[in-house]
Design a protein around this ligand. Structure first.
Ligand SMILES: Nc1ncnc2c1ncn2[C@@H]1O[C@H](COP(=O)(O)OP(=O)(O)O)[C@@H](O)[C@H]1O
Ligand SMILES: [Mg+2]
Length: 452
């Protein structure tokens, strides 16, 4: 095991200087690697992965421009190693250019030993802390990243779209029934955006009492109103440089809409109880299952605010319209809940899969997830069968059936089955629980176009 404190690359074309630095650093228990020219710097950094580089800015003895040092600095950037510059006495400007290019400190030659050693130690500590933070951040990101299924064509299209638009700062409005994955999609957009290192702050508009809205969004100062015992930081401040997710945006009271509009248009707002104007830079993602256009017609939602929110609109289709997602989603939930409830290697039987595909999922993915959770929890054998899936059939909309000629109903059912299976006859036949040939006969009878 190495007993060195760290490995340092000393880059200087003057052999005497390299030697002097080597002696100084070795006495402090650092391992030292040398480089006499630009090429050796890069080769040795690649080969030995030093923890820090001491870089002379005036490499070739006859130049004092420092250009060569700056060039090396640029090449070192991708390695993410702290670089301390060594500059001739009095060349502060060069040192400043170097710091702008990413060097972390500079030392003037001839150096003061103590200053040099202090700087090295400090920069090594900083870089260690930075490394740890990166680790934590990745760990958190991993823990938080939930599985994302997008098997169906419609979800694949959404996936493509968000890859395109997430890095822009465009506001996004997500529409869809409850449980279709609006909140999860908002998280994905934030994670794929350039703001992912900053927070995503979520606010559920339906959960905030009207009187507290303003303080929630913009914050308040102590004493701004009777119950304001402490200063409060608003969501716009918390989300600064990051993203704000307004869930159930349709519940935003009309009285507050002008205030929201202003901050979205100008980035400016006032904390309650203060006259000072604050600035914020947020990307807004909002979601609702309400019909905002209808709310606008009913004068419950401002048209100008809607225009601000809906720069991009993504509509997530209900689960019953994307059958291809049901099986992969169900399998993913079986896996998740098997781990949670410590059940090993549970299989989802074919009868169960068929039953899942036949249900119309008014609660969408959330309902599917609960259904699978119950099934995993109650499972006694290694396979989940159709009987173990407790799907509430009464809420599948059976009241919606209208009495009509039987043939017409039959035709409608067949068309529906083809629609949700994207025209795959075999899959449609399974849903209707008839043989493939029986379905083909009916397709011919009704003159419905199909793949053969
Ligand atoms: N595409 C998806 N893949 C995997 N799980 C999903 C997907 N969409 C939603 N979910 C899960 O379904 C549940 C409901 O999603 P959520 O985003 O809360 O829906 P909504 O906000 O539209 O009500 C959550 O547990 C979520 O993790
Ligand atoms: Mg939600």
């Amino acid at each position: 095991m190495s007993t060195y404190k760290a490995t340092i690359l000393v880059a200087d074309d003057d052999e005497d200087i390299r030697l002097a630095l080597e002696l100084l650093l070795m006495a402090e228990n650092y391992q030292v690697i040398e480089a006499a020219n630009a090429k050796e710097v890069i080769v040795n950094v690649t080969r030995h992965q030093p923890d820090l580089v001491l870089l002379d800015m005036n490499f070739s003895r006859d130049t004092t421009s420092g250009q060569e040092g700056l060039d090396i600095l640029l090449q070192l950037k991708p390695f993410n190693i702290p670089v301390i510059l060594m500059t001739a006495w009095g060349s502060i400007e060069l040192a400043v250019s170097g710091l702008k290019e990413g060097a972390c400190d500079f030392i003037e030659k001839p150096w003061n030993k103590l200053k040099l050693l202090n700087s090295i130690e400090q920069q090594l500590n900083f870089s260690r802390i930075k490394g740890e933070h990166q680790g934590y951040r990745q760990l958190l990101a991993q823990e938080e990243s939930k599985p994302w299924v997008c098997q169906s064509q419609s979800m694949e299209n959404i996936e493509q779209l968000i890859n395109q638009i997430a890095p822009t700062d465009a506001n996004v409005l997500i529409l869809g029934e409850n449980g279709t994955g609006k909140s999860l999609l908002a998280e994905r957009i934030h994670q794929l955006s350039n703001r992912q290192a900053s927070p995503l702050i979520s606010v559920n508009m339906a959960a905030i009492p009207e009187t507290l809205f303003e303080s929630e969004l913009f914050g308040h100062q102590k004493g701004a109103f009777t119950d304001a015992k402490q200063n409060r930081v608003g969501r716009f401040q918390l989300a600064d440089q990051g993203s704000l997710f307004f869930d159930e945006i349709g519940s935003l009271p009309l009285s507050l809409q002008p205030k929201l509009l202003r901050v979205l248009e100008t980035g400016q707002y006032e904390v309650l109880g203060s006259s000072q104007t604050q600035s914020t830079n947020v990307r807004l993602i909002s979601a609702t299952n309400a019909d905002l256009n209808q709310l606008v017609k009913d004068k419950c939602f401002r048209q100008d605010l809607l225009y601000r929110l809906n720069t991009l609109v993504i509509t997530i289709p209900p689960l019953r319209e994307r059958l291809e997602d049901i099986q992969p989603l169900a399998l993913s939930f079986v896996e998740q809940f098997s781990v949670k409830y410590q059940k090993s290697a549970l299989i989802l039987g074919q009868s169960a899969i068929d039953k899942l595909k036949r249900h119309n999922w008014p609660g969408n993915i959330r309902e599917l997830s609960h259904t699978i959770e119950r099934a995993v929890l109650l499972s006694t054998s290694s396979e989940i069968t159709a009987q173990q899936l407790l799907i509430n059939i009464t809420d599948t909309g059976s009241n919606a059936i209208v009495l009509q000629p039987l043939e017409q109903a039959e035709r409608q059912l067949i068309e529906k089955a083809l629609e949700v299976t994207s025209g795959q006859v075999i899959e449609a036949a399974k849903l209707l629980d008839i043989s493939r040939n029986a379905l083909y006969r009916r397709l011919d009878k009704f003159g419905i176009k199909h793949e053969s």
